[in-house]
Write a protein that binds this ligand. Structure first.
Ligand SMILES: [Zn+2]
Length: 405
């Protein structure tokens, strides 16, 4: 048996006025999802436990089968794994954004799309200054993926610093930033570093040039998402599965690495609407020839939700259906029996342009054990089935254990 997990990020939604009260998933033409639903099982599951913020980090951990309350320590250490950084037990990893501050406001969490090349120069130069001043107490690591995402690792940090409340910069765009700097007494050093970065980066030649070209300067760091290294049991240990993950998103790659799954590189994967959907499916099928389990994550559905464009979200869902699922169905033919589990990590609502904690719809299908499900896969049909998995992280156990389909 081969196992395929498909995560259209943020696909779940609430009824949209401009769609005549339908959700984007209901409005989309999805013959392949509908086929799996009609011959499988659908239901709802709660990926975001009470008290957690509905982010991709928490939602995806549940989808992968890890209880966030037990295993989630922060976004920083998950991303550190992607950069090949081995954290010691006392190492506290922060996500370090390069941001644009303008007067008293946080203007842009991505520093006006600063290029990776510029960003790496800025972070490396800032790290040299910090090493001179603080000698190994903290190190800054330039990112490899996008220009604004980097890492800061605090050596032998106390647990007090791990508990300091930090705010994700994408949540406070256009707001006065001082209000959102960490206030705890244990955060003095964090604030000192952020002030130092403002002073250093705003005078940096690269930023002077950006301003001359009419671009926003990457004039501050912003530290958040900290955590000590998590300790996941691997997929091999838990489920006896050997698998891999296809995604453009570092966070998902980090979860994969901690779960003992391989990161499968597919050319043309962008995390955006122009991603190589067919390539994802082809690489997944090829990977399954010698392995048991594959994950395909698609980010475009979430992006469309954040843009707030219902038609774009429908298009992204239809692309997943036609190009990913259609290709999978065609190519899995003749490769033996397989199971599909498909669900989003959370809702990304077109109306509010943000995530919500609603229970998400899932579908489970087995080519070896066909069932009779609803004709259409949607939030509504999933709710109507009355199958509810209250703890999202249990769904994977049920799926692999064979109690769903
Ligand atoms: Zn997400």
């Amino acid at each position: 048996m081969k196992y395929i997990l498909i995560i259209p990020d943020g696909m779940g939604d609430v009824p949209v006025k401009s769609l005549g009260g339908k959700t984007p998933l209901e409005a989309a033409h999805t013959p392949n999802m509908d086929y799996f639903a009609a011959h499988g099982v659908v239901g709802l599951t709660q990926n975001i436990p009470k008290g957690f913020i509905p982010g991709t980090d928490i939602g995806s951990m549940s989808v992968f089968g890890y209880d966030p309350a037990k295993y989630f320590t922060g976004r920083g250490p998950l991303e550190a794994a992607v950069h090949g950084i081995r954290l010691g037990p006392g190492d506290l990893a922060f996500r370090c954004n390069l941001v644009t501050l303008e007067k008293d406001k946080l203007k842009d969490f991505s520093a006006d799309h600063v290029s990776l090349k510029e960003a790496r120069s800025l972070i490396s130069a800032f790290d040299r200054l910090v090493q001179k001043k603080f000698k190994g107490k903290v190190r800054f690591y330039p990112g490899k993926g996008t220009g604004y995402r980097h890492l800061a690792i605090f050596a032998n940090a106390g647990s007090a610093l791990s508990k300091v409340k930090c705010t994700p910069p994408h949540d406070i765009m256009g707001k006065p930033f001082e209000k959102y700097l960490p206030k705890d007494k244990d955060a003095l050093f964090l604030n000192e570093l952020m002030v130092l970065s403002r002073d250093f980066l705003s005078r940096h030649l690269l930023n002077q040039k950006r301003i001359e070209k009419g671009k926003g300067p990457a004039n501050s760091i912003w530290l958040w998402g900290q955590g000590f290294p998590p300790d996941f049991p691997t997929y091999g240990k838990r489920f006896g599965l050997r698998g891999g993950v296809i995604t453009a998103v570092d966070l998902l790659k980090g979860i994969a690495i901690h779960a003992g799954l391989r990161v499968i590189r597919v050319p043309g994967v962008t995390g955006y609407f122009d991603t190589n959907y067919v390539g994802k499916a082809l690489y997944a099928v090829n990977f399954l020839k010698k392995n048991d389990f594959v994950v395909i994550h698609v980010e475009a559905t979430d992006e469309a939700g954040h843009i707030g464009d219902a038609q774009l979200k429908i298009k992204a869902i239809e692309d997943v259906d036609k190009l990913v699922l259609g290709t999978l169905r065609e190519r899995m033919n003749g490769l033996g029996d397989y199971k599909v589990l498909l669900l989003p990590d959370h809702f990304t609502c077109v109306a509010t342009r943000t995530h919500s904690s609603d229970p998400v719809p899932f579908l489970a299908y087995s080519s070896a054990n066909k069932k009779t499900g609803p004709e259409k896969f949607s939030e509504k049909s999933a709710k109507k089935s009355r199958l509810m998995v209250k703890e999202g992280h249990r769904l994977m156990e049920l799926f692999v254990g064979g109690s769903l389909a």
